[in-house]
Ligand binder design. Structure first.
Ligand SMILES: *Cc1c(COP(=O)(O)O)cnc(C)c1O
Length: 415
């Protein structure tokens, strides 16, 4: 018994601090499969409610797709539930190898190695590829898992202002003496849905002899004409040295991630990446389902085309309705509200209207940048989108923000 009152009081005070700051995260219980429509119990004990879901990363609507479920069931029957081993002892089945090959072909790289998650892929890859003679030059807004992965690596850390190519070039000049440099970015940034200028990044990398690493978790499966990712979208397919991505978003949404890219780096990950060596293999059900997902999206672009159509429709209609939307083409659609309480209140009212969205505020986004982040899916029917647009318009009217500029919304509600 060493859990003293001093420790207990300290932790309790921390929790109170989180609540007081208004950043305490409540979990809401969903009592249905993931899909366009979900059944939610919120708050706990309240009657179940059917709502249209606009905050999953289920971009292609594959999370509960019948073919994917069937493939998972088949995997369970034929290959069992768990492997009870890491990959290199007795945790690799032929289907793992098959999936790695399919991911390599889909992403247009040389080789791929699976991890338990993209978080793990990011935790492993930098330490494997770089040492203290080297430099990591990262966009300032990279995902938290990249920040943590870079912390585990001894290379010198530099960062450049978000998507700012002049600043990146300065950093490349500053680090000329290093043995290797790696430019590190998200393909798509999750809060704004904005896209890294990979064409310009690759051009700079070529000029200054640096490698390029992209985390494409919010793009794999649907960005670009055939859904390969941000590199396809930006016209630099085949030119990215290291891609990390997740199976936990568009590609079925269960779990798993990978490092894909130059074959020597991938091979070194198999030898040295700590999350790969010391954490359990991805289970067979996920692998057989992911193999089917890769087959589906390699065969046809129907689902990413539908997602694109839904996204453009929703963006157009919401802009016409008078909302202040971060411009772009990505299915992440940030409805800017600036004030944290306004974002919370509107999200709650929308929930009452049957639209499930979440208000985001500091510290998830910068102070004064509160918003409702809508995420569009190929699973949404036109009717779902129209219901959401109507509900947003009604609630936007209630708070008198329609047609108002950033400045006017801030005048009304403050930051
Ligand atoms: C979601 C996400 C991750 C984490 O992926 P997991 O497979 O769930 O660990 C990593 N990087 C980015 C950019 C993400 O959006």
């Amino acid at each position: 018994m060493a859990y003293s009152n001093k420790a207990k009081d300290f932790f309790s005070a921390e929790l109170t601090g989180i609540r007081d700051a208004g950043t305490y995260k409540e979990e809401r219980y969903i009592e249905s499969p993931q899909g366009a429509m979900i059944t939610v119990e919120y708050p706990e004990g309240a009657p179940q409610k059917e709502v249209i879901n606009f905050c999953a990363n289920n971009y292609l609507g594959l999370s509960s797709h019948p073919d994917v479920i069937r493939a998972a069931e088949e995997g369970l029957q034929k290959r069992g539930y768990g492997m009870s081993s890491v990959r290199f002892i007795c945790g690799t089945q032929d289907i793992h190898n098959e999936l790695e090959k399919k991911l390599t072909a889909f992403l247009g790289t040389e080789d791929t190695v699976l991890f338990a998650s993209c978080m793990d892929a990011n935790a492993g890859v930098f330490d494997v590829a770089l040492g203290k003679e080297d430099a990591m030059i990262a966009d300032r807004l990279v995902h938290a898992s990249i920040v943590d992965g870079m912390r585990l690596c001894k290379a010198q850390l530099y960062n450049y202002k978000h998507a700012n190519m002049e600043h990146l070039e300065e950093k490349l000049k500053e680090t000329q003496e290093c043995r290797f440099r790696m430019i590190i970015t998200d393909g798509v940034f999750s809060m704004d849905g904005d896209i890294a200028p990979l064409d310009k990044i690759v051009a700079l990398a070529e000029r200054y002899d640096a490698m390029v690493m992209v985390d494409d978790s919010h793009a794999t499966g649907f960005m670009g004409k055939t859904g390969r990712g941000t590199h396809e979208h930006c016209g630099v397919f085949g030119k990215i040295d290291v891609i990390t991505t997740t199976l936990g978003k568009a590609l079925g949404g269960a779990s798993g991630g990978c490092v894909s890219g130059r074959k020597e780096i991938v091979e070194l990950c198999r030898q040295r990446a700590r999350p790969y060596l010391f954490s359990n293999t991805v289970p067979p059900v996920i692998i057989t389902a992911a193999n089917t997902v890769l087959d589906l999206i390699s065969k046809t672009t129907d689902r990413r085309d539908l997602l694109e159509k839904n996204t453009l429709y929703f963006r157009k209609k919401m802009t016409e309705a008078g909302f202040d939307i971060r411009e772009g083409v990505h299915p992440i659609v940030p409805i800017m509200l600036y004030n944290a309480k306004l974002a919370q209140d509107m999200a709650r009212d929308l929930y009452d209207e049957g639209i499930y969205v979440i208000g985001f505020s500091f510290p998830v986004v910068p102070k004064g940048q509160a918003r409702i982040r809508v995420q569009i899916s190929a699973a949404h029917e036109k009717e779902h989108l129209d219901k959401a647009i109507a509900a947003f318009t009604k609630i936007g009217g209630k708070y008198t923000i329609l047609g108002k500029s950033k400045k006017e919304i801030i005048e009304l509600y403050g930051y």
